[in-house]
Design a protein around this ligand. Sequence first.
Ligand SMILES: Nc1ncnc2c1ncn2[C@@H]1O[C@H](COP(=O)(O)OP(=O)(O)OP(=O)(O)O)[C@@H](O)[C@H]1O
Ligand SMILES: [Mg+2]
Length: 653
Amino acid sequence: MPGLQLQNISLSFGAREILSGVDTSLDLGCRTALCGENGSGKSTLMKIIAGITPADSGNIVKTSGFSVSYLPQNAVITSSLPLNKEAETAFDPIKKLVEEKDSLATAIASKKEGEAGLSKLLEQYAQVDDKIERSGYLLRAKKIQTVLTGLGFSDQDLNRPCRDFSLGWQMRIALARVLLEEADLLLLDEPTNFLDLEARYWLLDFVKNTASGVLLVSHDRYFLDQVSESVAELFMGRLKIYRGNYSFYEKQRETELATLVAQYKTVEERREQLEGFINRFRAQASKASLVQSRIKELEKLPVVERPPSVKHIHFPFAEEPKPGNDILRVTNLRHSYGGQDVFSNLEFTLARNERLVVVGINGAGKSTLLRILAGVQPASGGKVVYGEHVTPAFYSQDLAQTLDPAQTVFESMETMTPTALFPKLANMLGAFLFRGDDIKKKTSVLSGGEQSRLLLLRLLIKPGNLLILDEPTNHLDMASKEVLLDALMTFSGTIVFVSHDRAFIDPLADKVLEIRNAKARLFHGNYSYYRERIEKENADQNETMSGEAGIAKKHAIEPENDQETAHDAMKKKRALLRKYDREEEELCRKIDSAAAFKKELEERLALPEVYMDGEKMRELKEQIKKTESLEQKHVEDWEKVSQERHKLMSSNH
Ligand SMILES: Nc1ncnc2c1ncn2[C@@H]1O[C@H](COP(=O)(O)OP(=O)(O)OP(=O)(O)O)[C@@H](O)[C@H]1O
Ligand SMILES: [Mg+2]
């Protein structure tokens, strides 16, 4: 039965139509995933349903008494109330009912038996009482405790004022409130963003068991698949419903997209090859006809609309001075909040080109560690020493505060871009999926994913040689994540990062630092290797129960494990890319020197001692011909390598 109907909803921002005649109904108690690329209008649609943004046209029809509660994508709780009191405010509407019940009770008490109006009052009383009972109000203390603990809050947190929590934890407070409200429809805009795996699993369970209907945006595939009974996809302003879970939707979508993508890829690959050739050889008069024919072909290429989730990137990083082999040395590092250690005795080193992922549950201190490594927060004890010529760059969601809301996307990049990269700025914005008029948008109106992409690009345009990234994939859709991953794969510096996204961690990380129970352990392997180790440890622990034997066995596991993994494949890919880069460079050098030699020979043709001597003339012409075909061969080889490189870049990891 439909609880809520959207009838012909449309909305445009300027010339861009975000929603164009959206028509659908959300059934009572049904869990729907709302999908679509970054910027497709998901948050906008949620705001319309929540009654926060008016649509340009169309209607929203609800059954009577139907309630909606909404978690915005970037919720901030500025309340000065302590956490447990703030959580209680979720029950404010029920408190009103309790007051109503009390006044009904007083009214009933003042009536004599059989007096007119008494039976009506008794009936009202029963109704209100039933509503209160069903709302779970009487068990609210228990409910509050379950939800807050499930979302990772500790007992000590309960009395802390909400505004003292970090942004990520404020999101969790907002989420707790929404879950406690138990409205008929929960609108959850990326609730998984600030949750670690443990809290995600808890939320998953909650959402699966709630009687409320749920409309959910998330970029976490696993979560979506588990939760969704149907999928609503926003694409080019239209909402299409797929009745089935997320995997079903993906399969359907895959078939629909396959044709579109194949067409797009063929055209785009050819376009890039042609542009590469034209840019490389435009200045050489000897290649004029080759260049001209390619320009003609380029002009004739059809324009194919870019389908979603097609990656499109070649990110040219700025050259940084190369640091030595030692990047970072951490000795005896300790940090505590309010006398409680988040970690202590932390020791590790990072060598050039290493990619370290920091993992651990909520509150384990991952973000704290990254801020300390980046030098934006002092540690309680110990040392972090950078190697020579190490230039760090730090990314966290807090960087959003550095955006000037009055600036456009382009203006906000202009101020960050080193002069040498200026000519490439438009390309780089394109690589980060800002196309056409996107760059004229004010930063204040960007969607969650667009804002993250801009912040990342602002950082990566001058990345230093040590990147420190705190949850860089938050808000990013699949395509943007691939863009970021590809950019980072070609980055030649060192990376330390925190992420909860396996699809991102697996190919990138080659070392894992785990923070657990205020202790840190370093694993010399990728994330799959780390998971295997942990699972084995857990199994061993269960087998031997507790005690010395278990501990001894735990430490006996050696980190050697040499299987072919996604990570190894990635490493090979990186090595191959570097090889292609070297070959391309070498071939360009050869082409240039052949061209220079040919020019020199041609100049010699004009010398009297040559043109007077038929034999010399013939020899020289022969030599020119040979040089020309050598140059031609190098050009062909260059084209081949350039195509191979391109193929490799667009291959799956
Ligand atoms: N006030 C506005 N003026 C102009 N454009 C806007 C305005 N508000 C939003 N937009 C644009 O509308 C588009 C849809 O935004 P919305 O936030 O709904 O996207 P989304 O699907 O939630 O994306 P994400 O996955 O990144 O959160 C974006 O391209 C955004 O830049
Ligand atoms: Mg959004």
